[in-house]
Design a protein around this ligand. Structure first.
Ligand SMILES: Nc1ncnc2c1ncn2[C@@H]1O[C@H](COP(=O)(O)OP(=O)(O)OP(=O)(O)O)[C@@H](O)[C@H]1O
Ligand SMILES: [Mg+2]
Length: 447
């Protein structure tokens, strides 16, 4: 399955998409019009207005039809004639000459260019002007109204959940629930009941009957987040729901029909998990009927500017913070790596907006952010921590304290503009201790 495999549903237009009309006899000889659907008549507002008083205001309508042109006489006074016969509604071959009043027209098929769409840099709450994002907006526009099951892949913070929401909001199911199920946080003992619900007394603690996620989302969309974390033993059960569109509550045997659209996402490589036997291939193929791959932010730096300005615009109205960013600061943002993708950019902007002293974020206001960047271990470190292992206490504590110190100092020194005396006073610590801390973290004061 290729990326953007949804292209299969983007059928190119094969049939002619429009008609062309040429007036070949009468007072308006030579007039031409083309379009998807054309009305012709004496009215000024007809698509092709002809100056023939024997022609009705709205005389006829033309549209392309398989292999020919669909002609509809709009109950004109003098009628429309083809080869001597009066037409009510008929399909005529391309090149046909039609007579109306004292005029004659020739009709042909034409390939109408798609109306030029304005170049969009957003789709609902999703922003972006990179080619990848624009392509995604086009796909989402076509995918959203369908019932296709969509699987969204992409690194952390790249917008998977936002895409899932947009798919729902732009679908006919928009008025119904959008339910998120975080598969990584499913407690093993309750997983089945969370998904499918249970009858009263189905197990110890099941006092009252409860609907599961699928029932609760009936008519809407279920978003299975982190679906790669779905326990193996639940996978066949989920598959059954997707295939049969019905669920059975725990402790019942009556199946209940559910109408849900399923959208799922994970940052894991599900295909690799399939190869390794950690994810069922039949379930994968069900979920990934359509697969969308979101690029990392580093792969679409063109989006940084529009995202940044939007995040600034969304800052709370009455907060004392910056609402603009300088060219230089933007340029610096464009050079960063963003392992946390859009979420990281958003956090960066929000922090800088609050930390900076003026109304405009300047490069020096990003100093704090530079520290966080430096303090970060390579991305692989984050993934290691994700395997559920618990690091050794002492090391973990030291890292946490270091991170805290760095963040604190950066903030402190930004606020006091590097003035040690003022900073020490503000922090309530001795100057020499502050100096040693700064040294430890490679920071320099103005002294
Ligand atoms: N294209 C975008 N336009 C505007 N905001 C975005 C865009 N992409 C992501 N965001 C914002 O970035 C943050 C992270 O997005 P989201 O939660 O959808 O990411 P995710 O891929 O689900 O991350 P994770 O894998 O960590 O769950 C959210 O605040 C979201 O609103
Ligand atoms: Mg998410």
């Amino acid at each position: 399955m290729s990326e953007f495999s949804t292209r299969t549903i983007l059928r190119p237009r094969t049939a002619a998409s429009g008609v062309r009309v040429t007036v070949v006899a009468g007072p308006s000889t030579g007039a031409v019009a083309a379009g998807r659907k054309i009305t012709l008549g004496r009215s000024r507002v007809a698509d092709l207005a002809i100056a023939d008083f024997t022609v009705s205001e709205f005389h006829l309508e033309l549209a392309p039809h398989e292999g020919g042109i669909d002609v509809r006489d709009l109950e004109s006074w003098n009628g429309t004639y083809f080869e001597g016969g009066r037409l009510g509604r008929a399909v005529v071959p391309p090149g046909a000459i039609l007579a109306l009043g004292q005029s004659a027209i020739r009709v042909d098929l034409a390939n109408e260019p798609e109306p030029a769409r304005p170049v969009r840099d957003s789709f609902r709450t999703l922003l972006g002007r990179s080619t990848a994002m624009r392509e995604l907006f086009g796909l989402l526009e076509r995918l959203a109204p369908t019932e296709l099951t969509v699987f969204i892949e992409g690194p952390t913070g790249s917008g998977k959940e936002l895409v899932a929401r947009v798919l729902h909001d732009e679908s006919p199911r928009a008025g119904r629930p959008f339910t998120v199920l975080d598969c990584a946080a499913l407690p093993a003992s309750l997983a089945e009941s969370v998904l499918f619900g249970h009858a009263a007394g189905a197990f110890t603690g099941a006092v009252a009957a409860r609907a599961g996620v699928f029932e609760a989302a009936d008519g809407g969309t279920v978003f299975l987040d982190e679906v790669g974390d779905l326990p193996l033993d639940l996978q066949p059960k989920l598959l059954r729901v997707l295939e049969q569109r019905q669920i059975v509550r725990l402790g019942e045997n009556r199946p209940r029909p559910v109408s849900v659209r399923v959208v799922s996402a994970t940052w894991r490589d599900l295909r690799r998990m399939v190869n390794q036997g950690q994810f069922r291939d039949d379930l994968y193929f069900r979920l990934a009927q359509t697969r969308l791959v979101l690029p990392s932010l580093a792969e679409r730096r063109e989006d940084i500017e529009i995202l940044t300005t939007e995040f600034l615009r969304r800052m709370p109205r009455n907060a004392a913070c910056a609402r603009a960013i300088s060219r230089e600061a933007l340029a610096e943002l464009a050079t960063r790596t963003y392992p946390g993708n859009v979420r990281e950019l958003k956090n960066t902007i929000e922090r800088a907006a609050y930390m900076c002293d003026g109304p405009v974020i300047r490069p020096q206001d990003l100093a704090f952010e530079r520290l966080l960047e430096r303090g970060r271990e390579p991305a692989s470190h984050e993934e290691e921590a994700d395997d559920g292992s618990v690091p050794e206490f002492k090391g973990a504590k030291r890292t946490a304290v270091d991170d805290f110190e760095q963040a604190y100092l950066a903030r402190l020194m930004t606020k006091t503009n590097g003035n040690i005396a003022m900073a020490a006073g503000l922090a309530g610590i001795e100057r020499h201790y502050l100096r040693s801390l700064l040294k430890k973290h490679g920071l320099h004061s103005r002294e």
